[in-house]
Design a protein around this ligand. Structure first.
Ligand code: SF4
Ligand code: SF4
Length: 143
């Protein structure tokens, strides 16, 4: 996510937002998925209710929900001084770009389920294989 010139987010802001950043991880995929085979893996991710896929331009990322075990009940980090570099970078995040618990300023697409991804591939990218799979999946859900 881009950095802008506005005041940094404070620890108080983080506690007020419910420490959203400490409740999931995001891992960038090494390659942009292209063929059916590579999307196969992404569909598998999305069958898991704790995962989402993010797409920002050609960059795809996997988001996995789950509370960090170093997050204290009062919203503070139990290993603040030793927190990983990625967490330590967050005080530089500005209030403008802070995404909050719902990724509100994320400018890309968020796919919450395999059906959403297949619909995107079928309708916006014209993938016939995705249309066929989606049809079968919808039929299965109706049984
Ligand atoms: S989303 Fe923003 S306010 Fe919330 S924990 Fe992360 S950096 Fe702090
Ligand atoms: S290590 Fe600390 S700052 Fe990092 S995700 Fe866990 S609780 Fe949050």
């Amino acid at each position: 996510m881009k950095k802008r010139n506005s005041p940094p987010v404070t620890p108080a802001d983080c506690i007020a937002c419910g420490s959203a950043c400490c409740r999931y991880i995001i891992v960038d995929l090494p390659h942009e998925p292209r063929g059916e085979e590579s999307f196969e893996e992404l569909l598998w991710y999305l069958f898991n209710p704790h995962t989402k896929l993010l797409k920002e331009g050609r960059r795809w990322s996997l988001m996995v929900s789950g509370r960090c075990r170093m997050l204290a009940d009062d919203g503070r980090c139990r290993i603040y001084e030793d927190r990983p570099f990625l967490c330590g970078d967050y005080p530089q995040v500005t209030a403008d770009e802070c995404h909050g618990p719902d990724l509100r300023d994320f400018s890309g697409r968020i796919f919450q389920s395999a059906e959403e991804l297949l619909t995107y591939l079928a309708d916006e990218r014209g993938k016939e294989w995705a249309r066929r799979r989606l049809k079968r999946m919808v039929a299965l859900e109706k049984k």
